[in-house]
Design a protein around this ligand. Structure first.
Ligand SMILES: *[C@@H]1O[C@H](CO)[C@@H](O)[C@H](O)[C@H]1NC(C)=O
Ligand SMILES: *[C@@H]1O[C@H](CO)[C@@H](O)[C@H](O)[C@H]1NC(C)=O
Ligand SMILES: *[C@@H]1O[C@H](CO)[C@@H](O)[C@H](O)[C@H]1NC(C)=O
Ligand SMILES: *[C@@H]1O[C@H](CO)[C@@H](O)[C@H](O)[C@H]1NC(C)=O
Ligand SMILES: *[C@@H]1O[C@H](CO)[C@@H](O)[C@H](O)[C@H]1NC(C)=O
Ligand SMILES: *[C@@H]1O[C@H](CO)[C@@H](O)[C@H](O)[C@H]1NC(C)=O
Length: 382
């Protein structure tokens, strides 16, 4: 039974790989003017992060902009479809899917979905402002900011193919991904003349990540896959180690060994800095991808990061006092686990400037700031 199953999976995988190769060669032989046409007319942003690092929050900062077409975690479909595989192998279909999304070719989702009839078949589709807008969904009553419940009720049965028309209408396509644990896998996208890719690499204190994971129950199948990187069964130590290692690898490749094609295309952000001055950081990030912040948006950003927007489950459940949330692990995480994660993620903490602690007293002493200055070279912008 399991033999049959793995043969089947190999077949699926083979088909996927063939498709990847076929598609990439097809693109190479496409008429060059088609590529030139798309060049620079759109900006593509990848929010590259790991689980429980504040990437949904950062994604929303872009999602709320009317010039942005946003999709949250398309790679979920790939991981969900091929749960037996390793993260390393899954990088290739994930990358290809993201590339297709950036080019508004949504047919690339189909191999990973059991049905793709409606936009409602897409993972977390109602997070996306663009999919809840009246252009896509005639029944929508969307005003400034989305109401997910409302969107869920009214827009789920919009035909899937409308995704493509919608995507083409926006100047910015933004994708958030936590399932990419390597930067090199993205090099072909950075060099691709049909894309104008920018990366925001979002990192967070691994002690906060671990603490947040403990109160979030949906990561089991992801943990199984991540643990395969060390040929282990699902194991939180392995998962944390792999996540931390990946963040260091990504940052080091981007900032220390800079490749020319990364110039102006990579910026690293620490979640803790972002929440301490959300409006300034958001303005900087908007500037990086060529969007401007309006006064209203500044006010919204301030409100959403200070818990000033009613924390209705339907609307902005992430509206909270973000500085407090960033520190929550200091109250919640058991000190033995703090020690354990500090050991597993020592290098990451040094690289990104998260102060190690030696006692529970330090952990609970809130006048002790554990955020060190940002590393010297924290962005590839000249
Ligand atoms: C969102 O929509 C739901 C369903 O239409 C409604 O009950 C709820 O009050 C709305 N929430 C807000 C904050 O407008
Ligand atoms: C929009 O509303 C109309 C009338 O209520 C309904 O018949 C139609 O199915 C709705 N469209 C979608 C995509 O839900
Ligand atoms: C795209 O834009 C065109 C022109 O502005 C408009 O007619 C069309 O309805 C839009 N379509 C979608 C799905 O946004
Ligand atoms: C998880 O892996 C670590 C080594 O990385 C090992 O010491 C530990 O026993 C494992 N835990 C479980 C529950 O398998
Ligand atoms: C932010 O909150 C203030 C005070 O509650 C309110 O006056 C303002 O309208 C809010 N801004 C937005 C965009 O929601
Ligand atoms: C907490 O940290 C501050 C700043 O380092 C220090 O002055 C203070 O003595 C500490 N308090 C306790 C109870 O350790």
């Amino acid at each position: 039974m399991s033999g049959k199953c793995s043969t089947y999976l190999k077949c699926v995988l083979c088909m996927v790989l063939v498709q990847v190769i076929w598609q990439s060669s097809w693109h190479i032989y496409q008429a060059p003017n088609q590529r030139i046409k798309t060049r620079q007319t759109k900006t593509h942003l990848l929010i590259l992060s790991s689980w429980r690092s504040g990437s949904s929050f950062v994604g929303q900062l872009f999602n709320q902009n009317p010039d942005v077409f946003y999709l949250i975690e398309p790679a979920w479909h790939v991981w969900n479809r091929l749960p037996q595989e390793t993260p390393e192998l899954l990088h290739l279909p994930v990358r290809d899917l993201i590339r297709s999304i950036f080019l508004c070719d949504m047919s690339a989702f189909k191999p990973y979905m059991s049905t793709s009839k409606y936009i409602g078949n897409l993972f977390l589709w109602h997070e996306s402002r663009a999919l809840c807008s009246s252009l896509v969904c005639p029944n929508s009553t969307l005003k400034d900011f989305i109401n997910r419940t409302e969107c869920g009720k009214k827009c789920g049965t919009v035909p899937f193919k409308k995704l493509e028309d919608a995507c083409r209408n926006y100047s910015h396509v933004v994708v958030k991904a936590v399932r990419i644990l390597n930067l090199e896998v993205l090099y072909p996208l950075l060099k691709d003349p049909s894309l104008n890719l920018k990366i925001i690499h979002l990192v967070r204190d691994p002690r906060a990540i671990l603490s947040s994971r403990e109160s979030f129950g949906y990561l089991n199948s992801d943990d199984v896959i991540v643990s395969k990187a060390q040929r282990s069964t699902s194991n939180i130590s392995v998962v944390m180690e792999e996540i931390c290692k990946a963040q260091v690898q990504i940052y080091k490749l981007a900032s220390l060994n800079s490749q020319p094609f990364l110039k102006n295309r990579y910026i690293m952000v620490r979640y803790e800095d972002l929440v301490r001055s959300p409006v300034d950081h958001t303005t900087e990030l908007y500037d990086y991808i060529g969007l401007t912040v309006t006064t209203k948006f500044k006010s919204w950003t301030y409100n959403v990061s200070h818990g000033l927007i009613p924390n209705d489950k339907d609307l902005m459940p992430f509206s909270e006092d973000s500085v407090k949330v960033a520190q929550q692990w200091r109250e919640k995480l058991h000190f033995s686990k703090v020690k354990q994660v500090q050991k597993l993620c020592k290098q990451e903490m040094e690289v990104f400037g998260y102060q190690l602690i030696e006692s529970e007293r330090e952990q609970k002493n809130m006048s002790l700031d554990l955020l060190l200055p940002k590393p010297d070279k924290f962005e590839w912008i000249t």
